[in-house]
Design a protein around this ligand. Structure first.
Ligand code: HPA
Length: 238
C-alpha cells in the first residue's frame, strides 16, 4: 500500500487520536508517528511540537522526523504550518501554499550533510508543484481560501519587530512562520516530494497593529478541513 505523511503544528491531534502509535529509530533520535489505514493507502502523522506541544520551533528534531519518513519509504509529505500574514488582503484563516522561502533562521542544523560530505541542494523547486496544485484543486468548493505565496522562516520564539516585517513586505513575501525551515530543505535532500500548507493565525506585527494573542491562539481555524483536504489529495494518488 502507498504511504503518505502529514507533519503538523499544534491542534491537529484530534483527527489522529485513536490511531496506533509506532516508533521509528533514526541516527538522529526516535520518532513517534501515528499510523492510520485508509482504503488504498496508509497515512503517518507527526505532531511537530511533540505530543504535549512542548518542543519550541528551534528545538524540533527536524532531521529525525524527515529520516523516519524516509525509513518508512514515504514519497509524499504535506507539512502544515501556522503563520502570520504580511498582507492585509490575506486574512486570518487563509491557506497559503509555499512556492519559495526566505530563510531567516539562525540556530538550526539545516542539512544532513554537515560533516565532510558536502551537498549543495538546488532549492528552486523545493515545494512540490504537483502537491500544491492538488491541494488547490481539492480545496475548491470548500470554505478554505487557498493561494500560493512566499514563506519567511524566522528563528522565534519571539514574534518579529515592525522593521523586520517591513523588510519582508519589501521583498514581497506573504507569510511568516517559525517551522518550515529546515523541514522543507531536509525533504529536498532526501528527494521526497513536499508541500507546505500554511494557515494564517494572525496578522504580523504592524500589519494591522500589534499581534493579538487571541488571534494567535484562535481555535476557529478550520484544522479539520485542512486535514480532510489533504486526505482528498491522497485519494487522488499523487
Ligand atoms: N510570526 C512568526 N511565526 C508565526 C506567526 C507570526 O506572526 N504567526 C504564527 N506563526
Amino acid at each position: 500500500m502507498k504511504k503518505y505523511a502529514i507533519i503538523a503544528g499544534t491542534g491537529f491531534d484530534d483527527y489522529f487520536k485513536d490511531s496506533k502509535e509506532i516508533s521509528i529509530s533514526t541516527q538522529y533520535g526516535n520518532v513517534i508517528l501515528n499510523e492510520i489505514y485508509f482504503d488504498d493507502f496508509i497515512v503517518y502523522y507527526i505532531p511537530r511540537h511533540g505530543k504535549d506541544h512542548s518542543i519550541s520551533p528551534s528545538n524540533i528534531n527536524y532531521r529525525a522526523n524527515a529520516m523516519a519518513i524516509q525509513k518508512l519509504d514515504i514519497k509524499h509529505v504535506y507539512g502544515i504550518c501556522a503563520v502570520g500574514s504580511l498582507k492585509k488582503n490575506l486574512a486570518i484563516g487563509s491557506i497559503v501554499l509555499s512556492t519559495d522561502f526566505l530563510d531567516m533562521t539562525k540556530n538550526r542544523i539545516s542539512s544532513f550533510y554537515t560533516d565532510n560530505n558536502v551537498k549543495h541542494l538546488e532549492v528552486s523547486n523545493i515545494y512540490n508543484s504537483q502537491l500544491n496544485n492538488l491541494f488547490i484543486e481539492e480545496s475548491k468548493g470548500t470554505s478554505l481560501s487557498t493561494s500560493e505565496g512566499i514563506y519567511v522562516c524566522t528563528e522565534g520564539p519571539r514574534f518579529e519587530s515592525k522593521t523586520e516585517i517591513k523588510l519582508y513586505q519589501l521583498l514581497n513575501c506573504d507569510v511568516v512562520g517559525m517551522t518550515n525551515i529546515p523541514e522543507s530543505l531536509l525533504f529536498g535532500e532526501l528527494n521526497i516530494a513536499y508541500s507546505c500548507v500554511s494557515y494564517v493565525t494572525n496578522y504580523c506585527t504592524g500589519v494591522l497593529g500589534n499581534i493579538s494573542q487571541d488571534d494567535f491562539n484562535n481555535s476557529n481555524i478550520k484544522k479539520d478541513l485542512i486535514i480532510k483536504t489533504i486526505l482528498k489529495c491522497f485519494y487522488k494518488d499523487p
